[in-house]
Design a protein around this ligand. Structure first.
Ligand code: ADP
Ligand code: ADP
Length: 225
């Protein structure tokens, strides 16, 4: 069964032209997808539909078998624990340390913060930066911290919006490697990016499916890349 399913899904911002139209997609558990397309094509918007931040204005979005239109607040909260999101701008609380920012989803859930936090920070290579504050981090460190926060609740799915947006190539490779590792652990990964070089770099490491938003529609873009 698909973890995320779109059926003839469309989206228009209020008062705007349709941005996404007639999108149909099944995201299989354990798959690794890239979502690409030019800036403004609607990649971020599509990700927001996939974690019920936005509701489709046409067609349906099904998350773990549940139609997102009929989810109540509890169901949305439950889905958010199963889908970890790496936001484009990271969305840290600047007055909290990196360790506290990464642990925040646990605290919000009323769950204990244990040694898992240290293991996770070590995995992303930020053990020595855990007491730093977000404004003190480099772009690559911020992205790795955002990834750690996205996975602290052990989600089944990771959605990452331009996770290598403002960072250099070596650091992009490192972030990619972490995403590949998560996928090898069985997690479903969806990465929105306009960085074709990143998509190419992933090819030898993992079997990916490439989707492109073009003319408001979703197309398979395997051959052209
Ligand atoms: P991408 O991630 O591919 O760059 P976005 O999904 O961020 O694309 O944006 C697609 C289009 O929708 C852009 O033209 C953007 O300005 C517009 N848009 C994004 N968010 C909003 C919003 N909250 N209200 C109105 N328009 C929006
Ligand atoms: P993103 O691509 O992640 O949406 P942006 O920098 O394009 O990032 O937008 C930052 C925020 O502003 C997002 O929450 C987005 O939804 C909102 N936004 C973007 N474009 C518009 C717009 N034309 N009108 C209103 N809100 C917008």
């Amino acid at each position: 069964q698909a973890v995320i399913e779109l059926r003839d899904t469309s989206y228009s911002y209020r008062g705007g032209e349709p941005l996404l139209q007639g999108m149909t997609l099944q995201v299989a558990p354990g798959s690794f997808h890239f979502l690409t397309g030019p800036s403004g094509a609607g990649k971020s918007t599509l990700l927001k539909l996939m974690y019920a931040e936005l509701q489709a204005t046409g067609g349906a979005v099904t998350l773990f078998g549940q139609d997102s239109r009929v989810m109540d607040r509890n169901a949305v909260a439950d889905v958010r624990t199963r889908i970890g999101v790496v936001h484009q701008d990271c969305q840290f609380l600047d007055h909290l340390s990196i360790a506290d920012n990464v642990a925040l989803p646990l605290m919000v859930q009323g769950k204990p913060v244990g040694s898992d936090l240290h293991d996770l920070l070590a995995w992303v290579g930020l053990s020595d930066r855990m007491h730093a504050f977000p404004p003190e981090l480099s772009g690559g460190e911020r992205q790795r911290a955002a990834l750690a926060r996205a996975v602290i609740l052990s989600p089944d799915v990771i959605l990452a919006d331009e996770p290598t947006g403002n960072i250099d190539w070596d650091m992009s490779q490192r972030v990619l490697q972490l995403l590949v590792e998560l996928n090898k652990m069985g997690k479903t990964v969806m990465v929105a990016t306009h960085d074709i070089a990143l998509i190419r770099a992933a090819k030898p490491q993992v079997s990916t499916r490439i989707l492109r938003i073009s003319n408001k529609r979703l197309q398979s873009a395997g051959a052209e890349l």
